[in-house]
Design a protein around this ligand. Structure first.
Ligand code: AMP
Length: 144
């Protein structure tokens, strides 16, 4: 089975490098294109949804910084032929939506192999598996 369009979901940390490299290497071996997506989460969601202050300018700053960082990742991996998308919302929903709308047949994410309490708190990699519209590859990252 050969993949045609690989989607790499990145959190914009330095951990993204092994994840992107794995996807790019795989893409080269099967001649697939690669797209990148990062999802900016609404700040109100991070603060529990009930914050008595206006977060819009902070949120705008966060979006601009994320855009710059995403562009810098793209510049470092000139082999990517797909799209580069900055989405806004809940990571699982937005990543799955991008995959469905763009015919991606593999999603690549990083996984810290959490256990114990950290696993109970959930991980994006774990979350992404549920309801994924295509295969999902979790690239093992070293534990911190
Ligand atoms: P985490 O569970 O937060 O350690 O994230 C695991 C992996 O999920 C990361 O290595 C990324 O591949 C992906 N990921 C996490 N957060 C995001 C995000 N906001 N947008 C896109 N991908 C993400």
């Amino acid at each position: 089975m050969s993949y045609k369009h690989i989607l790499v979901a990145i959190d914009l940390t330095d951990d993204c490098h092994p994840v992107i490299r794995r996807a790019v290497d795989l893409a080269a071996s099967v001649q697939s294109k690669v797209s990148l997506v990062h999802v900016v989460e609404p700040m109100a969601m991070a603060f529990g949804g009930d914050v008595p202050m206006d977060l819009s300018s902070l949120q705008q700053q966060q979006i601009e910084q994320s855009r710059e960082r995403l562009d810098s990742f793209v510049a470092q991996y000139s082999l990517l032929e797909g799209q580069c998308q900055l989405a806004y919302g809940q990571p699982r929903q937005e990543i799955h939506r991008f995959a469905r709308e763009n015919g991606c047949d593999l999603i690549v994410v990083g996984s810290h192999g959490r256990h114990g309490l950290a696993l109970l708190l959930g991980s994006t990699a774990n979350d992404l598996l549920h309801g994924a519209p295509c295969d999902t590859l979790a690239v093992a990252l070293s534990r911190k």
